[in-house]
Ligand binder design. Structure first.
Ligand SMILES: Nc1ncnc2c1ncn2[C@@H]1O[C@H](COP(=O)(O)OP(=O)(O)O)[C@@H](O)[C@H]1O
Ligand SMILES: [Mg+2]
Length: 350
């Protein structure tokens, strides 16, 4: 088994190398490498069955990997599990909230399990209840909580021990949009407070909202990684959308751009229905050059915007399958399937 250098301050809070975990014939983790820099959020994005929860369970010392190594806050998952558990917080699909106990009792219990004194456990429980807007429901059994309240109690529980590294395993799966936004706000506060977060999600929007960097999982493997913007840019740059003031100018404008010979500017395409001319561009300079050229040729522009591919498009481009599809078919994956769709265009901001 390979060993990793001990991390020191400012480095990686999580370091994973060559992690393998098999369940019979299923390769839940098939040689995973990843790093989470201290104080940042790494989004682990992948469809059902990609291996996200298995990763979180290994990093929480709940299961042992078959091969590879992992360190969290400098502690080795295999040789220093006890120290490791003391610095992590875990919340996820299978979180253990006792339904019969009240929200407050649940949090108090966890504080006591973490060796806090009675007084400190009480104080910390109240603090977390307040923070997660559960003070009014503090005395009610958790079994009577709504889905959103349960999720907030789960987050509160993971925060009791002031963890430096938090695992959030699909924290908003199954939540309605309003509750999901509440959870996002809480996560953002945790990060602002200095926590390092490993967040698994099936939602592109969630990764985009919360993550600094992204690792895309498919069938136990990392198939792409990078900053959110980088990943998007990789899949075909941006589309510049121009709305001429006069609809009659659509064709002429597109022709002008297509024949412009501007460096790095793709062919212009007319979208009659939307009244837009779409042009693929790579840099801001091209945007300026295009606007300049249209001005020179006396075209009047009513609106202009740029559009990055959505993460759904990114996933589709990388894997050749939709991110939401369960990974249970036998289609070969991991091969980039050419370019991203250039048909999916979002609304132009007025
Ligand atoms: N305890 C287990 N026993 C057998 N197979 C498992 C077990 N846990 C996970 N798996 C399998 O490993 C793969 C990865 O699962 P998981 O890590 O839960 O994926 P994700 O969290 O991304 O949905 C899946 O094919 C799943 O069926
Ligand atoms: Mg999971």
């Amino acid at each position: 088994m390979t060993s990793i250098k001990q991390t020191s301050g400012g480095g990686n809070a999580v370091e994973v190398r060559g992690l393998v975990k098999h369940y019979g014939p299923t390769k839940a983790l098939d040689g995973v490498d990843l790093d989470v820099r201290q104080g940042t959020v790494l989004g682990v994005l992948g469809p059902n069955g990609a291996g996200k929860t298995t990763l979180v369970r290994v990093l929480s010392t709940l299961i042992r990997p078959d091969a590879g190594s992992a360190r969290v806050a400098g502690y080795d998952v295999l040789t220093q599990p006890r120290q490791l558990r003391r610095v992590i917080g875990l919340t996820g699909q299978y979180a253990s909230v006792d339904e019969k106990l009240s929200g407050r009792e649940n949090l108090y219990m966890i504080g006591r399990l973490l060796d806090l004194s009675r007084k400190d456990a009480k104080g910390r429980a109240d603090e977390m209840l307040e923070r997660f807007s559960l003070t009014d429901a503090a005395k009610r059994p958790a079994g009577q909580y709504s889905g959103g309240m349960r999720r907030r109690l789960d987050l509160a529980a993971s925060m009791i021990g002031r963890p430096s590294v938090l695992y959030l395993d699909e924290p908003t799966t199954g939540l309605d949009p309003r509750t999901r936004n509440e959870v996002w706000e809480e996560v953002q506060r945790m990060v602002a407070d200095g926590a390092t977060v490993l967040l698994t999600t099936q939602y592109m929007e969630e990764a985009e909202q919360l993550a600094d960097e992204l690792t895309v999982f498919d069938r136990g493997r990392v198939i792409a990684e990078g900053r959110v913007e980088e990943l998007k840019a990789k899949v075909g740059g941006r589309t510049l959308q121009i709305r001429p003031a006069a609809r009659g100018d659509l064709r002429a404008m597109a022709d002008t751009l297509s024949r412009s010979g501007l460096d790095g500017v793709g062919g212009a395409v007319v979208d009659e229905a939307e009244g837009l001319v779409n042009v693929a561009i790579i840099s801001d300079e091209q945007l300026t050059a295009i606007v300049g050229l249209l001005g020179e040729r006396s075209f009047r522009i009513a609106g202009i915007s740029t559009h990055l591919p959505s993460l759904d498009e990114v996933f589709l481009a990388i894997t050749g399958q939709k991110a939401s599809a369960p990974a249970d078919d036998d289609t070969a994956s991991g091969t980039p399937s050419g370019s991203a769709s250039d048909e999916t265009l979002e609304e132009v901001a007025a």
